[in-house]
Design a protein around this ligand. Sequence first.
Ligand code: DLL
Length: 435
Amino acid sequence: MAQNYYQKDVETMPREEMKKLQSEKLVKQVKHVYENVAYYRDLMDKKGVKPEDIKGIDDLHKLPFLSKADLRDAYPYGLLGKPLDECVRIHSTSGTTGKRVVAFYTQHDVDLWEDCCARAIVAAGGSNKDVCQVAYGYGLFTGGAGLHGGSHKVGCLTLPMSSGNTERQIQFMMDLNASIICCTPSYAAYIGESLKEQGYKPEDIPLKAGIFGAEPWTEEMRQNIQNTLGIKAYDIYGLTETSGPGVAFECSEQTGMHVNEDHFIAEIIDPDTGEVLPDGTKGELVFTALDKEAFPLLRYRTRDICVLSREKCSCGRTLVKMAKPMGRTDDMLIIRGVNVFPSQIETVLLNQGYQPNYQIVVDRVNNTDTFDVNVEMAPEQFTDIVSEILAREKALAEAMKVMLGINPSVHLVAPKTIARSEGKAVRVVDKRKLI
Ligand code: DLL
């Protein structure tokens, strides 16, 4: 397959050259941060590190980490690297946990961020011949603005739909021949479901590709979306703290996301000790932003659990690849002493022919954890025969037991009874107040 790049020189840059570029940028960025961000200067001083100690990326490990707690401490202006009159934009995290993060951007920051999103769109086959439907939320959330900007840069005809109003999404998609859609994977699955209900077959749908991210999704979910919409589904990763989507993006190989290493250095660390782990080892993902001016985070701990790989990619990009995040250091549920990731439940459901419409409800009764999984039946799976429902619930619970090591109570519920999400799906309701 012919490969398309948005910025070929950096996307295919030889490793040694990339290391040199990163080193040069890091030295400059550390100086910028030390001189302009008092909060981080204090952290460096406490660790006894001076900007002169950082001579290149081999010295990166000497720098202190920055965490979400620091962002909270410094809220809202404490990490600003530029005066407010040089900033042109604010975005904020939808916050998977805790208090919102507020991020600032100069025009230069917006520009580079949009380049990163443009790389993702081009890698998914996008060009100025495409109509790109942006169905991530617009507003404080970074999804809409990021992909919108990227779509403009590529020259796509941009449909700024924002999320929600599924009927209108479908009408515009069909009438205006949208060929690329950008939204959360759960919303893509929902749009697919709605199209199917309206009698559309994959071959009737003009889409050819989707760029999905902002929440965990499994390979099974990818297959599911690809089949219902008749598209190639590409993953995209990012977080508000690092500008938004586009820190990493998938190419035609669909085996992990290339990190835009000219702008971000990725590290994997042991979340308990902070020790840097070698490529191929699972740990917490840490990013250093090399070019960000207004909100220039160094060694930011994402809490995402991930693996990096430097295996050669058939797309020709030399950028390191990150696997799909495998959970978070903080979203992992511990139920009756067992670690449970929502993605494991999703894998079981999709393997057993269910849609990924489910909700995990955890509670504590008489000092014992309860663990319920409500699973929606698709219309064609629906039955009201009690013995049939009980047998299916039992089969699902057994499959989850094999995957997790503990037994949930599975409840099959009628089609369309679990609230749909236009943004990130609420997969877990944890009623145990453990903290
Ligand atoms: O979710 C930015 C984004 C928008 C990414 C659109 C991709 C597409 P936040 O709201 O700050 O930013 O949430 C960031 O979401 O630390 C991950 O835990 C999770 N996340 C983001 N992308 C993915 C992905 C946006 N592709 C947090 N797979 C991150 C799994 C993801 N998790």
